[in-house]
Design a protein around this ligand. Sequence first.
Ligand SMILES: Nc1ncnc2c1ncn2[C@@H]1O[C@H](COP(=O)(O)OP(=O)(O)O)[C@@H](O)[C@H]1O
Ligand SMILES: [Mg+2]
Length: 491
Amino acid sequence: MSLLTPMLEESLRAVARPRRTGRVARMVGFRIDVEGIEAAVGDAVRIYRRGGALYAEVVAAHTSMLACAPLGDTTGVRCGDEVEALGHPLTVRVGNALLGRVLDGLGRPIDGGTMLDGLEEVTIHGQPPHPLARDLVDTRLQLGIRAIDTLIPVGQGQRMGIFAGSGVGKSSLLSMMMRGTEAAVSVLALVGERGREVNEFIRRDLKSEGLARSVVVVATSDRPAMVRVRAAFTAIRIAEWFRDQGMQVLFMMDSLTRFAMAQREVGLAAGEPPATRGYPPSVFSLMPMLLERAGVSDKGSITGLYTVLVEGDDMNEPIADASRAILDGHIVLSRRLATGGHFPAIEVLESISRLEPAIVSPEDRMLTQELRSLLAAYRDARDLVEIGAYARGSNPLVDRAIELQGGIDAFLRQDLYEISSLTDSQERLRALLGGRAVDSQIAGVVAGEIAGGKLANSQIAGSRAVESLTGSGVHNMPGLSGVGGLQGVGA
Ligand SMILES: Nc1ncnc2c1ncn2[C@@H]1O[C@H](COP(=O)(O)OP(=O)(O)O)[C@@H](O)[C@H]1O
Ligand SMILES: [Mg+2]
């Protein structure tokens, strides 16, 4: 038993180290104010309430008060309950044993499976690869989906948005990628979905073969906002661990919009002012903090795919707008295609992979550019064609687009459980376009783009881009000889 009076002991403790225990002073909505405690923003605290401990995270600090966001149900919390500062942020348990498991937002299993053994405990705040140590995205990652692998190719370490409304096939597309990807491990964060959707997704869409080399982190819409925010970081932290083992990891998040909405709740409750359409500034600083964690490091890579909700085709909604600015490209899914039974409902012409020139050979690029121009020609002429007002022979490109329409459509559609390897997809595309010499007009445009894109690219990709253009027979390709830009570049 201590010989010191409690008061003296208390003041000695206060001098020796930050005060680790305080009390709940106030609770308003999803904000718990704690006084008499010192902790940094981002640190975790434990609240001793009747019926067991509740964890919370410090989200704002005032002179004598900390605003905390609960990481669980707040039932039973009362003013005066004791609060202990853990002295560090939340931790996540990571390791190979997570494969095939479904976890909650804080990384605890919720699938009723066995206890997790042999895990390592790490703080939730991993470091993104240093900007200057980041390796370049220069290798494709096969996802097993024809339309994406050929027309909107994704590189290892690239970050792509999937922009879509609800019910147009986002979750189905993610499950196809989880089954079809060549990445060693996939980590999926389901943030803010309804419980029914999550269950359906795991049982029906993913099935056991998709789950075996995946980790799923779930925070449904009924979980506290802070848990929904944390779920995204728990998932990326798990992905980082696998990447640090030297693996290529596919990280997917459904949805980035609901993550932003959760942070909006947290920020507003902590007293931030609403800025853009009710979103407080912290939302726009947190999004890059999450998205920057993907990328290529010296050990492995994390390729990020994030769904973004765009209701009523409002691509200028603040979250869609902010994410487009950070991401390296986007895949647009449309209701028009989904209601027509065309799945995956990818609007190829509105989708773009910004890193395509760095990861695709000029030969492959010419092929996909030809397909894109046929799609564009058909789209522009569709109304005329459908009412029978188009006269064959008026435009050779449109003629060819009409002739190949059925084949192109079949190429772009893909059954939910069909996996198409990149080699198969490319062969099929070549067969579809007849393997004929590329139309000189199209080739000219493509060659110009490649030459132009390559110049810009060489600043980023250094000698690699130059090699890829000058090395492998570009000069022998039909339509490319005599394109001015190439000589200068090859020198
Ligand atoms: N590749 C596909 N093949 C056939 N049907 C699909 C495919 N992808 C999606 N669907 C259909 O679309 C519906 C909605 O898909 P879902 O992935 O749940 O949409 P979201 O996640 O965007 O709300 C599903 O019920 C499914 O029947
Ligand atoms: Mg869904």
